[in-house]
Design a protein around this ligand. Structure first.
Ligand code: NAP
Length: 392
């Protein structure tokens, strides 16, 4: 019997990689629903290519265009938030959570509440609302499998072992396009330079987060929730080649690492096939051809966003929620050319400091509480944008 799959964020980078893996195994998978944000043409093409039964576009005004693009295919369609939720509610064994940003939190949360296996790429579910998200997933009997290559490598390295067996969990960071740049050069970096990631091809938001290393900081928060380990257990090492993705150091001194070509189809195939292994056409690792693997400490002076995220993780409570929301506004402003690259950590720090006194030591108790704190942090971030803009 086929495994039934729904893909959220089907028109994005993760969605396209997932579609590629799914299309290579037509006998194993049947696609129930695909969801996109605004890209009607891309969504219709993916829905047809995968033989989905339902396509939902989040843009409430895009239904006519989607219906037209799907004409004659027999694929049902809808638009707006209710259609996205309808897609999630349709029967599925696995939901690929590939919507970018906080927009992905409610649909992905709905999928875990239904007890699905969730191949989780959307990191905001964990960074914004990790405590409530994982608690609700456990209560519903959902399985959360990380798509992020670092966490996927750690999951595989962990095997059957528990957190108690683990001394350290190390996430690697490519260092992004500015790994070797001076602070002054980074300060003057253009959008084009920030979007030119050396190893990974990803959506704009996560690419900018990779350039500031905020992405690695968000991933530390993710790892904390996924694996139930404290901030002290988690570490980051810069590894420019992006071949080793994550390492687990056990209490007997053994270190198990996850290696693969930097291609998201590898962790996606791991999640989609789990617990089996399914074939992918990705480039095989040739370590002799690669020749060497380099590792270095992250430089928190040139990449202050990582330090901010580490501090937020250690502070706990609502701090990671606030950090994530402020960062989304800051990255949006950078993408619009309104602030420079260092304006991103500058704005995040201002918002975290402003809200610090009100940081409840316990994390948001529900998804709704997390989203309300997120909204407050966004509005404070928007208020502070002008001041940051004047500084950079
Ligand atoms: N790309 C990677 O290699 C990678 C690796 C690890 C983790 N991640 C995480 O995976 C998530 C997706 O990243 P990505 O790189 O695939 O981003 P992306 O290329 O920008 O794609 C984002 C997807 O989300 C959809 N979307 C945006 N707003 C939406 C809304 N309100 N409702 C429904 N769908 C909406 C977009 O639809 P439209 O395009 O149709 O507007 C698109 O399908 C992020 O959380 C990212 O951090 C990505």
């Amino acid at each position: 019997m086929s495994t039934v799959v729904t893909v959220l964020g089907a028109t994005g980078s993760i969605g396209r990689s997932a579609a590629d893996v799914l299309a290579a195994h037509p006998d194993r998978f049947r696609i129930e629903a695909v969801v996109g944000g605004r890209d009607v043409a891309g969504l219709a093409a993916t829905a047809k290519a995968l033989g989905a039964r339902f396509a939902a576009v989040a843009d409430p005004d895009a239904h006519d265009a989607l219906r037209e693009a799907l004409a004659g295919s027999g694929i049902a369609s809808g638009s707006g938030a209710s259609a996205v939720m309808e897609a999630v509610a349709r029967p599925a064994d696995i939901v690929v959570a590939g919507i970018a940003g906080t927009a992905g939190v409610l649909p992905t949360h709905a999928a875990v509440r239904l007890g699905r296996v969730v191949a989780l790429a959307n990191k905001e579910c964990l960074v914004c609302a990790g405590h409530a998200f994982m608690r609700d997933a456990a209560a519903a009997g959902a399985t959360v499998l990380p798509v992020d290559s670092e966490h996927n490598a750690i999951l595989q390295a962990l095997g059957r072992h528990e957190a108690a067996d683990v001394e350290r969990m190390i996430l690697t960071a490519s260092g992004g396009p500015f790994r070797t740049w001076s602070r002054e050069r980074i300060a003057a970096a253009t959008l084009k330079e920030a979007l030119a990631h050396p190893n990974w091809s990803m959506g704009a938001k996560v690419t900018i987060d990779s350039a500031t290393l905020m992405n690695k900081g968000l991933e530390l928060v993710e790892a904390h929730h996924l694996f139930g380990v404290t901030a002290e257990v988690l570490g980051v090492v810069v590894h420019a080649q992006s071949i080793v993705h994550g390492l687990v150091s056990f209490r007997d001194g053994s270190v198990v690492a996850g290696l693969a070509s930097p291609d998201m189809r590898v962790p996606l195939a791991h999640c989609l096939g789990f617990p089996d292994r399914i074939a992918t056409p990705v480039k095989r690792l040739d370590l002799a051809a690669i020749g060497r693997l380099d590792f270095e400490e992250p430089d928190l002076d040139r990449f202050p966003a990582l330090r901010l995220a580490q501090t937020a993780l250690a502070a706990g409570g609502g701090a990671p929620t606030i950090l994530n929301a402020a960062n989304e506004i800051a990255v949006e402003a950078f993408l619009e050319g309104r602030i420079g690259l260092f304006g991103i950590p500058e704005l995040v720090e201002r918002v975290v400091d402003r809200m610090h006194g009100r940081n409840d030591p316990s994390p948001p108790a529900s998804i709704e509480e997390a989203l309300s704190l997120d909204a407050e942090a966004r509005s404070i971030a928007r208020e502070n944008l002008l001041a940051v803009n004047l500084l950079h």
